[in-house]
Write a protein that binds this ligand. Structure first.
Ligand SMILES: [Zn+2]
Length: 299
């Protein structure tokens, strides 16, 4: 895979925060690496901050579930990630943030005035955290604990983390053997392994040479292990690129740059395969477009 970064920006730095540029970002759907890079962009700086106020704009995908005023005085202890959720642990309870289709977070000591697509803000003693989400499929949800029904509903069915130790090749193969659905659909479902979205599922299947429509149950152990390695590989490379994008292009005080590895198959229908030259094909699986090379992905 060509490790070229597309730092998706619109135009040049348009605003400044403490003399540092704040980029206006082109928005694409955040997947696990983007969410993790977002977490890394502010987790260290917000840890230990006291919440001074919380503000809600237009309704998001799910309600906050608490009076924003009740968050005042709480401390943000740390920021974790589970799948594509960011978890802000407070003194009492936690905030779950999902970026949806188009969300992005900014954290800075001073932010420009809120715009029409800014819908949540947490003013803290260390700076202001703001959710920008034009399509409003994102959400900020408060839960008393991870055992709360609200949190369990969002987090309870998530599979293992693809980059964690619990993502084990043998357990992965055994879980796949119980599924008759197409392997791509099984990956997207997220209940075996979490956070492998449309882009990275397509890319991992290409890297492993597996046709997206193959029944998960029919994957041999060898091919399943190859897919396991490919999933880790594409996500790890995206995270590495995201880290460098973060250093190179985003304001350390402001918005995070999303990034995307140059795809081998994703969104490349009709173009030649970068490996064999065959024409990349696309098909619909569920509601999503799938891209594959008919020559390289024969299993
Ligand atoms: Zn090919």
């Amino acid at each position: 895979m060509v490790a070229r970064v597309k730092a998706r920006r619109q135009g040049s730095p348009s605003e400044h925060d403490n003399g540092r540029p704040v980029f206006q970002l082109h928005l694409l759907m955040p997947e696990l690496p983007e969410v993790e890079v977002t977490r890394l962009s502010f987790a260290g700086r917000i840890a230990g901050a006291r919440i001074e106020s919380a503000w809600l704009g237009k309704p998001l995908r799910w309600p906050l579930g608490i009076d924003p005023g009740a968050l005042r005085g709480q401390t943000v202890q740390r920021v974790r990630r589970r799948g594509k959720y960011l978890l802000l642990d407070l003194d009492a309870g936690l905030l779950l943030i999902h970026l949806g289709m188009s969300g992005s977070l900014a954290f800075a000591t001073v932010l420009p005035p809120a715009g029409m697509h800014d819908h949540f803000e947490l003013a803290t003693s260390h700076g202001c955290l703001r959710l920008h989400d034009p399509r409003r499929f994102g959400a900020v949800v408060w839960a008393g604990s991870e055992a709360d029904p609200v949190a369990r509903k969002l987090l309870g069915r998530l599979g293992v983390e693809p980059l964690g130790d619990a993502f084990d090749p043998l357990a992965f193969w055994q879980a796949l053997r119980a599924r008759r659905a197409a392997i791509k659909q099984v990956l997207l479902a997220g209940d075996i392994v979490v956070g492998v979205g449309n882009i990275y599922a397509s890319e991992a299947l290409f890297a492993a040479g597996i046709r997206p429509t193959l029944s998960a149950a029919r994957l041999s152990r060898v091919r399943s292990e190859r897919l396991h390695g490919a999933i880790r590989g594409v996500l790890t490379r995206a995270l590495e690129q995201g880290g460098s994008t973060l250093r190179d292009f985003s304001s350390a005080e402001g918005k995070t740059g999303y990034f995307q590895l140059e795809a081998m198959v994703y969104d490349r229908a009709g173009q030649p395969c970068r490996v064999c030259g065959s024409t990349i094909l696309s098909l619909r699986q569920g509601q999503r477009s799938t891209y594959y090379c008919p020559q390289c992905q024969t299993a």
